[in-house]
Ligand binder design. Structure first.
Ligand code: NAD
Length: 506
């Protein structure tokens, strides 16, 4: 076993169920074999959670909620601060594991762990700022205010492409709010879950905290469904594809539970004829090929002004020829592998559909058969926005080029998809910028000027509109989604005036 894996406490066989410090051994359970997409070889096994073990996890999470919610929020923040310190200690091996198990390049693996550290720091500050408003009552000698209370056990279901950061955006904020957290990561990256749980367990141990504050379960869709149908989990935060979000949203709504849904994107950049093209090119290339096109914020569509279309297309095609594709742990690599063979097949099908619908593949798209692992050449295609395939998120490095002549048309094309996550415009024209950011501009949850669509800082609320699900995570006031609001009125006088002027004698 490689050193970085054992330094994270990983073994050949791991148990994927934990109530905090304790891992529940159950070797009669099914095992998931984790492979590295870089050469397809086996890394290690993780035993899935059984229904019986799940019950134990839920019970301990409910039990821990009784004590955790009573701990003052800044003290909960102190535990999260220590988790941030531990993550600093394990940043390198954890970043390497993310790269090895998911396939993103090492620098991006480190970046993910840095995001975990950043959200811990943010959550520590937030733990002293769970503010409610005070209102002036319309009745004399009355005081009115609102408080924010924790919800209970919060379920986090996450996707393979951000196997550690998305969990921490949810878990650290949920925890300082006084909730306990149960995490089900992706079945495609089970070792990342176990490694993070091992790191958190050290902090729980050092502080002698009860079991059940941070729990882990492992499994595929069925384990996710145990959570979504479970009335004991008042909030489910789910990150993944739109079909998954539609199922989760309906299941949780049927029991009137709460959801935070963070689903797929179909992100576009508008390139004005007044864009700084040098800056735009850097943003486009990284946005489209970074993480092999497997970010929810990856740049999928370029809506280019006709005056600069040919020039930009030619530049991009030349750059695409020299993109370094290879082992994600090699420092020269810009594009690692896709997660698995299904992802490769989906990309090939998408390229076929582009041609069937009348578009053309300008460059790339080849499967690199001579390399072990799931490597492809990023592709550029000329298309029209209304093509069925362009309307879908294909989770692979395909960049669609679309031409426009008027800004109104560009905005219509831009908003003419069902997803609404991230968006951007490159222009040096102030009117165009303001228009793009106005209510008549981008309809996305994230709208940028002169930076790309890909990635986001943890300080802002992260999420998107329309079929992206409407949820917000991470910074700004996203913490409110992990709490319940209570309005309180106190009468400090000696009369009982009723609202609406109602009078009656008793
Ligand atoms: P996926 O939808 O296949 O799976 C995501 C998670 O949901 C996994 O843990 C899976 O086991 C679970 N799941 C699947 N069906 C379920 C069900 N019916 N009930 C409960 N759980 C269920 O997604 P993926 O392939 O792992 O990730 C890629 C997708 O995630 C892309 O669409 C991407 O855009 C999206 N994503 C969105 C964001 C965001 O913040 N908006 C961030 C990362 C990824």
């Amino acid at each position: 076993m490689k050193d970085f894996l054992s330094s994270l406490g990983l073994k050949e066989e791991n148990t994927g169920t934990s109530t905090g410090r304790n891992f529940i051994e159950n070797k009669s359970a099914k095992a998931i074999t984790s492979h590295t997409p870089s050469d397809g070889s086996e890394i290690a096994k993780v035993y899935e959670t059984t229904k019986e073990d799940y019950e134990q996890v839920i019970k301990s999470s409910q039990e821990a909620f009784k004590t955790w919610q009573m701990m003052p929020a800044p003290q909960r923040g102190e535990i999260v601060r220590q988790i941030g310190l531990k993550l600093r200690k394990y940043k390198e091996p954890l970043g390497k594991l993310v790269s090895f198990e998911m396939g993103k390049i090492y620098q991006e693996g480190l970046g993910e762990v840095q995001e975990m550290i950043d959200i811990c720091d943010f959550a520590v500050g937030q733990s002293r700022m769970l503010y409610g408003k005070t209102m002036h009552s319309e009745r004399p000698q009355h005081r009115m205010y609102e408080q924010w209370h924790p919800l209970g056990p919060v379920g986090v279901i996450s996707a393979f492409n951000f196997p550690v950061a998305v969990y921490s955006w949810n878990a650290m904020i949920a925890a300082i709010c006084g909730n306990t957290v149960i995490w089900k990561g992706s079945e495609k990256t089970p070792l990342c879950g176990v490694a993070v749980q091992n790191i958190i367990a050290e902090v729980l141990e050092e502080n002698d905290l009860p079991e059940g504050i941070f729990s882990l379960i492992t499994g595929a869709r069925e384990a996710g469904e145990w959570m979504t149908t479970d009335k004991r989990i008042p909030l489910i935060s789910a990150t993944g594809s739109i079909p998954m979000g539609k199922q989760v949203g309906q299941t949780v709504a049927a029991r009137l539970g709460k959801t935070i849904l963070e689903l797929g994107g179909n992100n576009a950049i508008i390139i004005s004829k007044e864009a700084d093209l040098e800056m735009a090119i850097r943003a486009i290339v990284f946005g489209a090929v970074g993480t092999a096109g497997q970010r929810c914020t990856s740049t999928r569509r370029l809506i280019i002004h006709e005056d600069v279309y040919d020039q930009l297309k030619e530049r991009l095609v030349n750059i695409y020829k020299s993109i370094k594709i290879g082992d994600p742990l090699d420092s020269d690599t810009l594009v690692g592998p896709l997660i698995d063979q299904d992802a490769v097949d989906m990309m090939q099908n998408a390229l076929k559909k582009v041609e069937e619908e009348g578009g053309n593949v300008v460059c790339g798209g080849d499967v690199l058969e001579n390399m072990e692992g799931h490597y492809v050449k990023p592709a550029i295609c000329e298309v029209e926005n209304h093509y069925e395939i362009v309307q879908h998120e294909t989770f692979a490095p395909i960049l669609y080029l679309i031409k426009y002549s008027e800004l109104d048309e560009a905005l219509e094309l831009h908003n003419g998809v069902v997803q609404g996550l991230s968006s951007s415009m490159f222009t040096l024209n102030m009117r165009e910028m303001e228009r793009f950011l106005s209510h008549r501009g981008s309809d996305c949850g994230i709208a940028n000027i002169n930076i790309g669509t890909s990635g986001a800082e943890i300080g802002g609320a992260f999420g998107g509109e329309k079929e992206t699900g409407g949820g917000r995570e991470s910074g700004s006031d996203a913490w409110k989604a992990y709490m319940r609001r209570q309005t309180n009125t106190i009468n400090w006088g000696d009369e009982l005036p009723l609202a609406q002027g109602i009078e009656f004698d008793v």
